[in-house]
Design a protein around this ligand. Structure first.
Ligand SMILES: C/C=C(/N=C/c1c(COP(=O)(O)O)cnc(C)c1O)C(=O)O
Length: 394
């Protein structure tokens, strides 16, 4: 298995197992639900963990195994587990690490369904949740209780791109014996590797940049072998949010161009963010690549680029903001991000509609906030499409 110190090479070769029986360059798709045993003893030994070998694709599949090996190399962790969606990874992680009576510290700013899981489902299972500003180390420390087991956050955060200092969160976790989990979806390992800052588990909606072509819903969790194996053999095996071998094959293919795509997303986003910041119809642009963004100071250290997603406030009414989005011709009105196409959406009524009005206000999500996931098109075309739509609200 070839491993380079250069992530650009590892997106192509890292974690690649042997060539296999016929030496295929492209990883074979093991499109099978189950695996045949030579005899009863072999089956029993595999179930008991006394023998290597596959049993059933909910427990592991050769194509999925290879994706997991590749992701562990890219995030610089011992192991990884693949899931049928990002939320599959989120739920397997928290239910694998927490039980009734435990306490989770998380952010009041999260992707909408993650917020809904933490705000509604976990308490129903007797798990206490505190929502704090994870960018405020004092607030995090103040929230710690004797039963605190996990600190969970995203950085940059969906949808306003708030940035959390990974070294600070990792230090708090290590000081107090609390497991830290960071959702790295908005960065990808190309721009940020939380485990290298001491974060225990790194999570992705592989639906986004990792796959990068808008044709897979998937999730990944990277971390120490002990934690990953525990989650695989409990909340993934028994809750069943497994990734299909075909989706694993598609994500492996996506990874091979990840470094090129992320670079282009960042270049385009910087051009578009600066264009928007200078436009008379724009109140505010939230993008870590702009000097006025609080996360700008972490560029070049924690983050090797500002990413492809930004949010902005329009100087207009809600109705005008809707008219602006509906006026766009090339940018696609769709949720998700990290795809070749530029995608635009309205968090308050879409990805973050799980937030109550007062919760939206606390998270800084207004009804005129728009999230833009900049794609791989020529940046001039993206600007031209935005420009022709913005004139409708000037
Ligand atoms: C429609 C979906 C969006 N996001 C999802 C998402 C997930 C959940 O990932 P799956 O969608 O379950 O793969 C996890 N973590 C983060 C930071 C996310 O943004 C969206 O924002 O547009």
């Amino acid at each position: 298995m070839w491993e380079s110190k250069n992530i650009e090479t590892n997106t192509i070769h890292g974690g690649k197992k042997s060539q296999g029986e016929h030496g295929p360059l492209s990883t074979p798709i093991y499109q099978t639900s189950t695996f045949v045993f030579d005899d009863v003893q072999q089956g029993a030994d595999r179930f008991a963990g006394d023998a290597q070998g596959h049993i059933y694709s909910r427990l592991g599949n050769p194509t999925v195994d290879e994706l997991e090996a590749r992701m562990a190399v890219l995030e610089e962790t011992e192991a990884a587990a693949a899931f049928g969606s990002g939320m599959g990874a989120v739920s397997a992680a928290v239910f694998g690490l927490l039980k009734a009576g435990d306490h989770l510290i998380t952010s009041h700013r999260l992707y909408g369904c993650t917020f809904a899981l933490f705000n509604h489902q976990l308490p129903a299972f007797g798990i206490e949740v505190s929502f704090v500003d994870l960018a405020d180390a004092q607030a995090v420390r103040a929230a710690i209780k004797p039963n605190t087991k996990v600190i969970y956050g995203e950085t940059p955060i969906n949808p306003c791109l708030t940035v959390i200092d990974l070294d600070s969160i990792a230090a708090i976790g290590q000081e107090h014996g609390i497991i830290t989990v960071i959702d790295n979806t908005f960065m990808s390992p190309i721009l940020q590797r939380p485990a290298t800052h001491g974060i225990d588990l790194v999570l992705h909606s592989a639906t986004k940049y990792l796959n990068g072509h808008g044709d897979v819903v998937a999730g990944i969790l990277c971390g120490p072998s002990a934690l990953i194996d525990h989650i695989k053999m409990t909340t993934r095996k028994d809750m069943g949010a497994v990734m299909s071998p075909h989706d694993a094959w598609l994500v492996i293919r996506g990874l091979k161009t990840l470094h090129l795509r992320v670079q282009r997303h960042c270049e385009n986003a910087q051009v578009v963010a600066e264009y928007l910041q200078g436009h008379g119809a724009i109140e505010k642009v939230y993008y870590p690549g702009l000097p006025d963004h609080p996360g700008y100071r972490l560029l070049g250290t924690q983050m090797q680029g500002a990413g492809g997603v930004m949010a902005f406030e329009l100087k207009c009414s809600f109705e005008q903001a809707v008219a602006f989005i509906n006026q766009l011709k090339m940018c696609k009105r769709a949720v998700s991000l990290g795809d070749a196409e530029t995608l635009i959406q309205h968090p308050a009524s879409m990805t973050h509609s799980t937030y109550a009005p007062e919760e939206l206000a606390e998270a800084g999500i207004s009804r005129t906030l728009i999230r833009l996931a900049v794609g791989l098109e020529n940046a001039e075309d993206i600007k031209a499409d935005l420009d022709q739509a913005l004139v409708t609200i000037l």
